[in-house]
Design a protein around this ligand. Structure first.
Ligand SMILES: [Zn+2]
Length: 405
């Protein structure tokens, strides 16, 4: 199966500057090619990847565009290919421009024949990349397979390399274990229909206070000195903030990975809400459950969701499930938190508090997130067509494609 391995790069100053250059060239190629695609569309025409790649090869010979040749040619073609794919899946008008400040620099080496990795010692590895030469990286885990491609990207002031690796593990047969519903809680990070609650704090009280202080200092500096003036002190505050955020992010990733393994080890089907974190957090204008209501309260809830890192958890869950023969099923989350699992009565007042569910019709009482997880499980089983939930039924008779439907 294909999997990813990410390592921290240790560029030399020269390599660092060159990576910035390649990043800007790929960004320019992306933006130019996107504009060209839109221009064609405005005329009711279409330009393909093949044609764009041909034009780019021509442009390299143009004296005005010699800078194109500074970047490894494979990364440029890959940028066009990525754009082609983005336009096909999202539509030409919805694909975004890449911006210097808002888009993290990133470029890919698609050809494994141009990527050579060796281990130098216990802590360091080395990868040879076209035009970069040997680049050292922190050897934090084994590669565990053959490399398919490599992506270099910048995050929080650091450069990383992600190898896409074929690990040689064959598709795992369905494990036939009982299904479970999982709710992302407000009171806790993750609750299951079996009544398990998984949670941890990602920032200590001291760190939360420090975060707040640094953010205040940053915004004060922006107010008094203006947004455009560069300031050393402000950069220092930004760097400290970035470091703190990185530490919290790492803990979240850790929690997501560990919880995912626990779930897939003991369950065959895992039902989760099909909620795009982005949709929910982008605006508090209204959801199925509470149209346009409690915008302020929603803002707090959104912070809690992002704080718990649901998106990262889902990725970890789907990735890990493949290795344990488990299937992740996404269900419509509408009303799962307001419906009584015992009698199916649905009412907003069913929530006694954020943590406690109490049905106004039948008096059923449960942990609010566990009650929601039970509803999610029921919906998930309906989706998979196993409403009667034959736990004992042989999983082999249920092909995974049907479970995933
Ligand atoms: Zn009830």
């Amino acid at each position: 199966m294909l999997t990813g391995r990410r390592y921290l790069l240790a560029f030399t100053d020269e390599q660092n500057a060159y990576a910035e250059t390649v990043g800007s060239i790929c960004r320019a190629v992306w933006n130019t090619a996107l504009e060209q695609r839109r221009e064609y569309r405005r005329r009711g025409a279409f330009i393909s990847y093949v044609e764009q790649a041909r034009q780019m090869a021509d442009a390299k010979r143009d004296p005005d565009c010699v800078w194109l040749a500074d970047a490894p040619s494979h990364t440029l073609r890959q940028t066009l290919r990525d754009l082609d794919r983005a336009c096909k899946t999202r539509g030409t008008w919805k694909v975004r421009w890449r911006s210097r400040n808002r888009t993290a620099a990133s470029f890919r080496f698609p050809d494994p024949n141009h990527i050579a990795v060796r281990r130098l010692n216990r802590r360091w590895g080395e990868v040879r990349l076209p035009k970069f030469g040997p680049v050292r990286f922190r050897w934090t885990r084994p590669l565990g397979g053959t490399i398919r491609n490599a992506t270099v990207s910048r995050a929080g002031g650091r450069w990383y390399i992600s190898f896409c690796v074929e690990d040689g593990v064959a598709e795992v047969a369905p494990n036939g274990k009982p299904p479970v519903g999982v709710d992302r809680g407000v009171a806790v990070a993750v609750a299951t229909s079996a009544g398990d609650l998984y949670d941890r704090t990602f920032a200590s009280p001291g760190e939360t206070a420090r975060l707040k202080r640094l953010q205040q200092r940053l915004s004060r500096s922006l107010r008094t000195h203006g947004r455009n003036r560069r300031s050393k002190r402000r950069d220092a505050v930004r760097a400290r903030l970035g470091g703190l955020h990185a530490r919290i992010r790492a803990r979240r990733a850790d929690f997501a990975a560990q919880t995912a393994v626990r779930l897939v080890r003991n369950h065959g089907t895992i039902a989760v809400e099909d909620l795009r974190v982005k949709n929910l957090t982008a605006s508090a204008k209204g959801t199925v459950e509470a149209p346009g209501r409690n915008v302020r309260q929603k803002a707090g809830l959104n912070r809690a969701i992002l704080g718990k890192g649901w998106g990262g958890f889902l990725l970890a869950l789907e990735h890990t499930a493949r290795y344990y023969g488990a299937t992740v099923v996404k269900v419509n989350p509408a009303y799962t938190s307001q419906t009584c699992h015992a009698c199916k009565h649905t009412a907003r007042d069913n929530r006694e508090s954020q943590a406690v569910f109490r049905c106004v019709a039948c008096g059923h009482r449960d942990h609010a997130d566990v009650n929601a997880a039970k509803n999610i499980l029921a919906a998930g089983l309906a989706v998979t067509g196993r409403g009667d939930l034959a736990v004992g039924r042989s999983a082999k008779r249920q092909p995974p494609e049907r479970l995933a439907a």
